[in-house]
Design a protein around this ligand. Structure first.
Ligand code: NA7
Length: 575
C-alpha cells in the first residue's frame, strides 16, 4: 500500500499531484470534498451506519469500500462451503420491520451468496448506493487539531474532509493472514487464501488439493472440497472441537412462528450473553448427575449449532471442570464419527478447553475423514518443511498438489486498522497507540482520536455480530445527534475511561476458560502481534446496559467540547 503523507495541519504534504502521478498510476489528490461523516466499509456495519446518519439525522455521508461490491466479509469470503453459522433469522438487521417481513432465508444457516444478496437488497431497498464509493480503499485518515475534522485519502485519489470518521472495517475480512511458509511463492499450481477467494469457480474435479488450516473456515470448506476433488490432503496443526450445524430447510410453519414472535426474539438476543435469542439454563454443569448432564448435551447436540455453547450450562466457559465434561463429550463424538481410530485420535483436541478458541459449527466435518480420497496430515508429528513447486513437503515426505488452499485465518480486529495510516491528535499514529495491544473504550472510541468511532472495535463483545453492529451503529448515531443538538463539535474519550474499560476487558478475559489458550481472540495467531484480549467476554446484555448508562450520564468517560482547537488531556477529563 502506498502511504500518502499529510503535513501536520492535515493538508497533503504535496498539495498538487506530482507531475508524473498519473503516469505512474499514483493517486492524484484533487479538491477536498466535505462531508459530515465518512464511513469506511460497506458490510453490515457500514450500510446501516449510512442509513442512520443520512436518513435519520440528515447528514451528508460518504462510504468508501475497497471491494467492487457491498457485503464486506460476505463479499470476500466466498470459498467453497462458506456459510454463516448464526441462524439466518437472527443473522440480519432488526431495525426495519418491513425489511424483516420481506426477506426470507432459504435455510437455517444461509450460504455466502445468499447473505451477499441480502446485503445488496438492503443497499437497494434503502437507496444507499449513491453514497457508497466502491472499489476505493481508504489509505490514510488524519485528524486535524485546527478544526476538529478528519482528512481522508483513498487509493483512487479522493481527498475528503469529514467531521466524523466511522470505521465499519469488520473484524477480519480486510486482513487475511498468509503465514510465512518457506517456498510458498514457488508453488506451481493454483494457490488461494480463503479470505481472498476468486470470483469464479475453482475446478477441483480430479485434482490433488491441499488445505492448510483447520479453523472454522477450513471446517466449512473441507467437506465441500472433498466431495469434488480427486484427492484432498488436510494439513492440521491444531485439532478442533466442532458442533454439528444440523442444517435444515426452514419450513413455512417455523418461519411463521418466528415471524409471530420476532419482537420477543430480538429482545432476547439484544439482552443475551452472546447475541443469540437464548440463554444458558441457569445451572452449573457440576450441579447435576452424569446422566442428566449427558441428556442435556445429547439434546443440544441433536439440535445443533451454538446452543450447545450458549444455551447449555452457565459455567461451561468459565469453569474448567464444567468445561471438561463438554470437551470429553465432544471427544467421544469425534471418536464415534471417524472410522479409523488413529485418524480419530489425531482429530481429537486435548491441548485446550472447549470454547477456548472460537467455537466451530460443522456439516459432516469429521465424517469427511472416512472418505477414501481424504488424508489427514498431522503437522504436530510431521511439520511443514517447505512448499515446493509440486506441493507441500513435510518432515514425513512430499504431498503432491495441483491446488493449495490457505485457510490460515486473519490478523483479526487490529489488522483492518493497521492497513490504514490513521493519525489522531497531534499526529499520534494509531499503530503507535496500539503498539502494546489495542486500546479502546467500549470498542467504540479511542483516546487520542477525537471524532473517530469504531463499530465493533477492540474490546467490544463477540458473538452474533449483526446484533452488536446494530447496537453500535445506533449508539454512535445517537451520540452524533446529541452532539449536534448540544453544539458539541469534538468528542474524545479520556485515557482514564479507556484504561479502566480495558482493565475490565482483561479481567473478564482472565475468567474465561480460554485465558491461557493461543488463538486469534488474543492475537496469538500472528507472529509478533502483542498478545492481548481483543474482545469483551462479558455478556452482551450487560455491555449494552453499560453503553446506555454512559450515554444517559452525558457520555461519561468522554470529553465533549464545542471548540475544535484545544486538545483533550487525560487529566482534564470531564467525567
Ligand atoms: P483461524 O480460526 O485463525 O484458523 C486458521 C487455521 O490456520 C488454524 O487451523 C491454524 O492452525 C492454521 N494455520 C495458521 N498458520 C499456519 C501455519 N503456518 N501452518 C499450518 N497451519 C497454520 O481462521 P479461520 O479463517 O478458520 O476462521 C477465522 C474466523 O472467520 C472465524 O472464527 C469466523 O469468525 C470467521 P492453529 O490453530 O493456529 O494451530
Amino acid at each position: 500500500m502506498t502511504e500518502q503523507t499529510l503535513d501536520h495541519a492535515g493538508a497533503p504534504a504535496t498539495a498538487a499531484p506530482a507531475p508524473d502521478a498519473r503516469a505512474t498510476g499514483a493517486p492524484a489528490f484533487g479538491e477536498v470534498t466535505e462531508f459530515d461523516a465518512v464511513v469506511v466499509g460497506a458490510g453490515f456495519a457500514g450500510l446501516y451506519m449510512l442509513h442512520r446518519l443520512r436518513d435519520h439525522l440528515g447528514l451528508s455521508v460518504r462510504v468508501f469500500e475497497a471491494a467492487p461490491g457491498v457485503g464486506g466479509t460476505w463479499h470476500w469470503n466466498r470459498y467453497p462451503g462458506a456459510r454463516c453459522d448464526s441462524e439466518g433469522y437472527v443473522y440480519c438487521y432488526s431495525f426495519s420491520k418491513e425489511l424483516l417481513a420481506d426477506w426470507r432465508w432459504s435455510g437455517k444457516y444461509p450460504m455466502q451468496p445468499e447473505i451477499r444478496t441480502y446485503l445488496e437488497h438492503v443497499a437497494d431497498r434503502f437507496g444507499l448506493r449513491p453514497d457508497i464509493q466502491l472499489g476505493t480503499r481508504v489509505t490514510a485518515a488524519h485528524y486535524q487539531d485546527s478544526d476538529g475534522r478528519w482528512t481522508i485519502l483513498t487509493d483512487r485519489g479522493d481527498r475528503v474532509s469529514a467531521r466524523y470518521l466511522i470505521t465499519g472495517v469488520g473484524l477480519l475480512a480486510s486482513a487475511p493472514y498468509t503465514p510465512d511458509i518457506p517456498g510458498l511463492a514457488d508453488f506451481a499450481g493454483e494457490c488461494h487464501h480463503t479470505g481472498q477467494w476468486p470470483d469464479h469457480a475453482i475446478e477441483f474435479a480430479g485434482k490433488r488439493v491441499g488445505v492448510i488450516g483447520t479453523g472454522s473456515t477450513a471446517v466449512q470448506a473441507i467437506p465441500v472440497i472433498a466431495g469434488e476433488a480427486g484427492h484432498l490432503s488436510v494439513f492440521q496443526r491444531s485439532p478442533q472441537y466442532t458442533i454439528p450445524a444440523r442444517h435444515h430447510t426452514v419450513d413455512e410453519e417455523s418461519l411463521a412462528e418466528i415471524r409471530r414472535n420476532y419482537d420477543e426474539i430480538w429482545e432476547q438476543a439484544r439482552w443475551s450473553v452472546s447475541g443469540f435469542p437464548y440463554q444458558h439454563n441457569g445451572r452449573s454443569a457440576l450441579s447435576v448427575s452424569d446422566e442428566e448432564r449427558r441428556e442435556t448435551f445429547e439434546a443440544l447436540w441433536a439440535q445443533g449449532g451454538f446452543k450447545f455453547v450458549f444455551g447449555s450450562y452457565k459455567d461451561l466457559l468459565t469453569n474448567l471442570e464444567a468445561n471438561a465434561h463438554a470437551a470429553e463429550f465432544i471427544r467421544e463424538k469425534i471418536r464415534e464419527a471417524v472410522d479409523d481410530p488413529t485418524t480419530a485420535e489425531k482429530l481429537v483436541p486435548t491441548d485446550h478447553p472447549f470454547g477456548a478458541r472460537r467455537p466451530i459449527v460443522d456439516t459432516h466435518y469429521f465424517e469427511t475423514y472416512n472418505r477414501d480420497n481424504v488424508t489427514l496430515v498431522d503437522l504436530r508429528d510431521t511439520p511443514i518443511d517447505r512448499v515446493t513447486a509440486n506441493g507441500v513437503r513435510t518432515t514425513g515426505g512430499e504431498h503432491e498438489l495441483d491446488v493449495l488452499v490457505l485457510a490460515t485465518g486473519f490478523d483479526a480486529v487490529t489488522g483492518p486498522f493497521s492497513r490504514i495510516d490513521i493519525r489522531g491528535r497531534e499526529g499520534l499514529r494509531l499503530t503507535e497507540a496500539w503498539a502494546d495491544g489495542p486500546r479502546a473504550y467500549l470498542g467504540l472510541a479511542i483516546a487520542g482520536f477525537p471524532n473517530l468511532f469504531t463499530i465493533t472495535g477492540p474490546g467490544a463483545t463477540f458473538g452474533n455480530l449483526p446484533v452488536s453492529i446494530e447496537h453500535h451503529v445506533e449508539w454512535i448515531s445517537q451520540c452524533i445527534e446529541d452532539n449536534r443538538r448540544q453544539d458539541v463539535t469534538v468528542t474524545e474519550v479520556t485515557y482514564e475511561a479507556q484504561e479502566s474499560w480495558m482493565e475490565h476487558v482483561r479481567q473478564q478475559s482472565d475468567r474465561n476458560v480460554g485465558a491461557a489458550t493461543d488463538s486469534w481472540f488474543n492475537g496469538a495467531n500472528i507472529p509478533g502481534k502483542p498478545r492481548s484480549p481483543l474482545f469483551f467476554f462479558g455478556s452482551f446484555g450487560l455491555y449494552r446496559r453499560r453503553c446506555d448508562d454512559v450515554a444517559e450520564q452525558g457520555y461519561q468517560g468522554f470529553v465533549r467540547r464545542s471548540d475544535a482547537a484545544a486538545g483533550v488531556s487525560g487529566a482534564a477529563a470531564a467525567d
